[in-house]
Design a protein around this ligand. Structure first.
Ligand SMILES: C[S@@+](CC[C@H](N)C(=O)[O-])C[C@H]1O[C@@H](n2cnc3c(N)ncnc32)[C@H](O)[C@@H]1O
Length: 257
């Protein structure tokens, strides 16, 4: 927690808005995606999906394969409580939707499904895309899947596997990869290295919670220092990396309004 607070103070001091950005690629991304205030009709579906989960008081046995929860003790969880305490916030969910839409992502990978708030945002961004989402806990995935079906989302493929298992066996290229689970620095770095076979020139990888802990921040710093990464963007909660060879290596710190 102290690491997060100190990092946030530093972030605020260094962060720029779009006017401080001199890269046309990043300027456009900030203007037309990060700061896009359009009220997309899909936001209504996101709202209905979240509301349905928040109203679901059924309990399930959850095994968290990541760093565990800072809120919950034990394994029995109410769906509504998981959404309230651990679910992705509305603003981020909308941003994820816009990112996938802005980049016209057709092949998408999410590591960490949980109850599917991120998955649904990715799914709605383009009905012709394929979203592959990976989750270790079978019961959590089953709950998520129930709601994907209720909301008629047919472009989602679920994988009940450990991230490392899935990554070993996949050689597909992805346009967008969202890593939202297992906030362990060493393993995050391993996922990044393993994913290098799955990216192309225009791929983007989004890392959640880069300031979760000191080791996550160290992993993030090692990722952006890698020669293969050209543009990197720190938005505090998320770190984005790009591999565009036509772009000079440059790091941006951007506060999303
Ligand atoms: C923060 S939650 C994901 C949140 C979700 N993306 C959302 O939009 O609400 C992280 C999930 O990743 C799963 N997870 C963490 N580490 C994993 C691993 N190594 N293999 C498989 N699943 C893992 C956890 O069980 C948990 O459900």
């Amino acid at each position: 927690m102290i690491h997060q607070s100190k990092s946030y103070i530093k972030f605020i001091r260094l962060a720029k808005n779009r006017h401080g950005v001199h890269s046309p690629f990043v300027y456009d991304l900030v203007t037309n995606c990060f700061n896009d205030k359009t009220k997309y009709p899909e936001y209504e579906t996101l709202k209905k999906h979240r509301k349905a989960l928040r109203g679901d008081t059924s309990k399930f046995e959850m095994k968290d394969f990541g760093q565990g929860s800072r809120v919950f003790k034990g394994n029995a969880r109410k769906v509504s409580a998981v959404i309230k305490n651990a679910g992705m916030k509305k603003k981020r969910q909308r941003l994820l939707f816009r990112l996938a839409k802005y980049f016209k992502s057709e092949t998408v990978l999410e590591l960490g499904t949980s109850l599917g708030l991120g998955t649904v945002a990715l799914s709605l961004s383009n009905e012709f895309s394929t979203i592959q989402t990976v989750e270790g806990c079978p019961n959590t995935l089953q709950k998520a899947q129930e709601y994907f079906e209720k909301f008629n989302l047919h472009n989602i493929q679920i994988h009940q596997k450990l991230f490392s298992e899935f990554l070993q066996n996949t050689h597909e290229k992805f346009d967008l990869i969202f890593i939202d689970g297992d906030h362990n620095g060493e393993r995050t770095l391993e996922y990044f290295h393993s994913l290098l076979k799955n990216v192309h020139n225009n791929s983007v990888i989004v890392f959640d919670d880069i300031y979760w802990s000191k080791d996550m921040t160290t992993a993030w710093q090692q990722i952006i220092a890698n020669d293969i990464v050209t543009v990197s963007i720190d938005t505090f909660q998320w770190g984005l990396v790009f591999f565009r060879k036509e772009q000079a290596k440059q790091h941006f710190i951007i506060r999303i309004g």
